[in-house]
Design a protein. Structure first.
Length: 459
């Protein structure tokens, strides 16, 4: 759940805003909504927005790769694909065809914590979206056979080949996760899963996964946009109300402890032209005490073109061509990461000295009021931007409902960032970035000597 991905662009757009032109006066608006639950356990969240004749339907199933087991990974992402393969009343291929004919956009996504499916469409086609989503929730299992599973299994394998195995630097994330977390930790494997686990999955395995997690009592349906609430409630009851609840899901609430005793240096040979450095620290889960301050720290270090590492490495020294940083706080745990790609001919050891010097400077001297204000402005802009579309509001409501148990959290979330002080940022830098870390160097094939073997900030 990389919160920063949306905000980096926004922070760049307002990166030159000075403290005197703070966005603090902009109040994050409250999202009006109604939440209720069907007898079968399905949570429903409604938000009316009649500004345009558009409606978004956003279904969250409370299952992600973090709910999988060792040796049985990739199931959550596999189901993201299977759910588009038709159900008892919807032939294969008809799901997308009917929505496209109605002028809709639809897709899905999977993270370590949840899987979502959404449609954005003209409001007069809302009934179609609800019927389709209900049919695949309640009546997909009778049509799930081995040929369908094998087809989507091959699609996911090809996706892994394209996005991971044959993508430059694509395997870095799974190498880092395996090194950062113990093998029994639910975040120690990638969302897409492994080839071996995907191949080993039987039809019974996949069917049992669906029975356990794809039930109304493990899902939340958010509808935002131009609709009449009374009419929508009748449609939701009509299409979803008869779907039987599934077993009670026993969700993980704790994870194995993460201990990195010393800086750990790893190398990965890949089909790349330039090396890339990945620094990863164990941090905190999303919405916990230090999560917002770590987000601000990431922004100050490498969140935009005015950040410390970008200005130093890309502008001033011109030794790097890209740099980024993010705090990745998920439901159960988190990590903080800095990535740097040097320019041709530059040594990773020289890059490392600059990275460590900038981190040490924050630890020793803190950040300036201007840096703090710029980062807070970026997050304020991000909150406002997420509320600009009906799909954005549906996602926000679903996200807060799942992660903090309350859809009505957008103002409290924004306040977390407004409360962050320069002292907070200095403290979290010392607390988390002062600890041992995983340092992975991805190098061109046959160039292991290019890896970083010692860090200028090694403690």
């Amino acid at each position: 759940m990389k919160k920063n991905s949306l905000l980096v662009t926004l922070c760049f757009l307002i990166g030159s805003v000075s403290p005197a032109t703070s966005l603090g006066a902009q109040v994050t608006p409250k999202i009006q909504f109604e939440k209720y639950k069907l007898p079968n356990g399905l949570e429903v969240i409604l938000h009316e927005d009649h500004s345009t004749p558009i409606v978004a339907v956003d279904t969250w199933y409370h299952v992600g790769s973090g709910d999988e087991q060792v040796g049985r990974t990739g199931f959550a992402h596999l189901f993201e694909h299977i759910m588009f393969m038709g159900s008892q009343n919807v032939p294969v291929g008809a799901f997308d065809q009917m929505l496209e004919a109605a002028g809709a956009n639809n897709n899905g996504s999977t993270t370590e914590d949840r899987t979502n499916y959404y449609e954005t469409l003209p409001s007069n086609a809302l009934q179609l979206a609800l019927w389709l989503d209900a049919d695949r929730m309640g009546f997909l299992l009778p049509t799930m056979d081995l040929p369908k599973v094998n087809l989507q299994r091959d699609v996911v394998k090809n996706e892994r080949r394209q996005r991971v195995d044959n993508q430059p630097y694509g395997r870095a994330d799974e190498i880092i996760l395996a090194a950062l977390y113990p093998k029994s930790h639910p975040y120690s494997w990638p969302v897409i899963g492994s080839m071996a686990d995907l191949s080993a999955a039987s039809l019974a395995d996949v069917q049992n996964f669906f029975r356990t997690y794809y039930a109304p009592n493990n899902a939340t349906l958010a509808i935002a946009g131009d609709f009449d609430p009374a009419t929508v409630k009748k449609m939701v009851a009509q299409y979803f109300g008869s779907i039987p609840r599934g077993p009670q899901v026993k969700r993980r609430t704790t994870v194995p402890a993460v201990v990195i005793p010393r800086d750990t240096f790893l190398v990965l040979e890949d089909k790349v032209q330039l090396p890339r450095l990945f620094y990863t620290w164990h941090s905190v889960k999303g919405f916990s005490k230090d999560d917002a301050a770590l987000d601000i720290l990431a922004q100050v270090l490498a969140g935009d073109k005015n950040s410390r590492l970008y200005k130093k490495l890309v502008y001033e020294l011109q030794t790097a061509q890209s740099v980024s940083a993010f705090q990745d706080g998920s439901r159960l745990d988190g990590k903080f990461q800095v990535d740097v790609t040097p320019k041709p001919g530059q040594k990773v050891s020289d890059i490392d000295r600059v990275v460590q010097a900038q981190i040490d400077s924050v630890i020793s001297n803190g950040i300036t009021p201007r840096e703090l204000q710029r980062a807070q402005n970026g997050y304020k802009a991000g909150f406002l931007n997420r509320l600009a579309s009906v799909l954005g509001k549906a996602e926000v409501l679903n996200s807060y409902n799942y992660f903090v148990g309350n859809p009505d959290f957008v103002q409290q979330d924004a306040a977390r960032y407004e409360r962050v002080t320069a002292a907070d940022v200095q403290r979290v830098a010392k607390t988390y970035l002062g600890r041992p870390k995983i340092i992975l160097t991805v190098v061109p094939e046959g160039k292991k000597e290019m890896m970083l073997t010692a860090s200028g900030g090694e403690r």
